[in-house]
Design a binder for this molecule. Structure first.
Ligand code: ZN
Length: 235
């Protein structure tokens, strides 16, 4: 994993400065960019082949599968924006860049509020800032056209992230209670742990754990959280 991360970061360093000048990748393209593209497509389950740096028939089919997954025209060609979107998907699915990326202010703009599904983004949901990473990763999953491998990667990461945060929230809850009430938080946590064991990895577990996390987050943080800023300033 560590080695992979290093090699990927090196590739990124090589690629990114040239990204704006980079031509689109299509059938017949060759070189390091194609190899990196193939490595990502293989890792995400779109391509079952070796990364040889030559954009042939199989790579083209894999790119079309990726485009189908995205719900865009299946041209079999990728421009710079497509490649950046693929990097995003790759990093979110593999967690390679965990903790990196956007700064806090940028994140707040995208995920401004609290755990709730009643707000307003393009899917009609408002995401919690604390839990934006989970939402970012699960937002990448379009189960219908996802290769098995990608679905496993994304659902696995979402579950791991929520698990980490849910346990942290139970701890936080317990600490916030007076000594004599702390057993309540511990009992709820035990119930969660028992239910968690019922689930095999996969989409169903992801949807369940996401609902658990959102409920808990909203119970704990809902009161302190403010609605979207525009609403708050209007009040
Ligand atoms: Zn939350």
């Amino acid at each position: 994993m560590f080695k992979k991360m290093i090699s990927l970061l090196l590739v990124l360093l090589l690629l990114l400065p040239a990204a704006s000048a980079m031509a689109e990748l299509k059938r017949g393209s060759r070189g390091q960019e194609v190899k990196t593209l193939q490595e990502m497509l293989i890792e995400l389950g779109f391509l079952n082949d070796k990364a040889d740096g030559i954009f042939g028939k199989k790579t083209e089919a894999a790119v079309k599968a990726l485009q189908k997954y995205w719900g865009v025209n299946t041209t079999g060609r990728l421009d710079d924006d497509d490649l950046m979107a693929l990097y995003d998907l790759y990093f979110l699915a593999t967690g390679v860049m965990e903790g990196d990326g956007l700064d806090e202010e940028e994140l707040r703009e995208i995920y401004p509020a609290y755990c709730s599904w009643e707000g307003k983004d393009e899917w009609g949901g408002v995401y919690c800032f604390r839990h934006q990473e989970e939402c970012q990763v699960s937002g990448q999953l379009m189960p219908e056209n996802a290769p098995k491998k990608l679905e496993e990667l994304l659902t696995g990461r979402v579950c791991a992230l929520w698990e980490r945060d849910i346990f942290a929230m139970y701890e936080e809850w317990e600490d916030s209670l007076p000594e004599e009430d702390r057993h309540i938080a511990r009992e709820q946590r035990a119930l969660f742990e028992t239910a968690l064991k019922e689930y095999k990895p996969g989409l169903e577990k992801m949807l369940w754990i996401e609902a658990q996390g959102i409920d808990l987050c909203f119970d704990l943080h809902g009161a302190e959280a403010q609605p979207l800023e525009e609403e708050a300033s209007g009040a």
